[in-house]
Design a binder for this molecule. Sequence first.
Ligand code: ABF
Length: 222
Amino acid sequence: MDQNELKKAVAKAAADYVKSRLDERTVVGVGTGSTANFFIEYLGEFKHDIQATVASSEETARRLKALGIAVIDLNSAPEISVYVDGADETNEHLHLIKGGGGALTREKIIAAVAKEFVCIADDSKLVDVLGHFPLPVEVIPMARSHVGREIVKLGGDPVYREGFVTDNGNIIIDIHNMSIVDPRKLEQQLNQITGVVTNGLFAMRPADKLILGGKDGLKTMS
Ligand code: ABF
């Protein structure tokens, strides 16, 4: 299987999992990115059985609506039963780097609310130590230089994502060349920097379940 087929396989497994746990109150949180896009396609097959979805980006909302899947505002959702999304990197503790697509803040909000967070990825995303993939940080535009200097103090190389504006009207700084040996600590340190909206480490609230696709088939970790 090539990488796309692996993404499709884990998306199908997640859709089957969601389907097996449906009840009349099920609101599904839906992620962003190419793996999540496959999940959206499968969700369309049983759209009449779910109450609604909450989207982690404008792009995801657009895709869901195009398939006739109900999308509601998070503030109107009584709860999110399950949130399904991809990741850029994961370690064996299900700590993640997310936000390569720039949707990290909405993704983190949905993860915070969701009763269960199911991450789906091909096994190229599994690493021993996070940080090979640049860690995205969403920043209020006027704080860009300040946040950059603080990131240097923490040992990272901040790179401004040129020409990119988040769905929330902010900018992204990607942190390069940082070996993240203590993801929970770094997540909190970054959150302490004034001007940071969110960072792409999902360690304080990791995934609950990880469905990984590899050449030997699917593996579920929790
Ligand atoms: C989202 O999609 C992001 O958090 C992450 O950046 C990205 C993963 O993309 P893909 O599924 O295309 O590899 O989940």
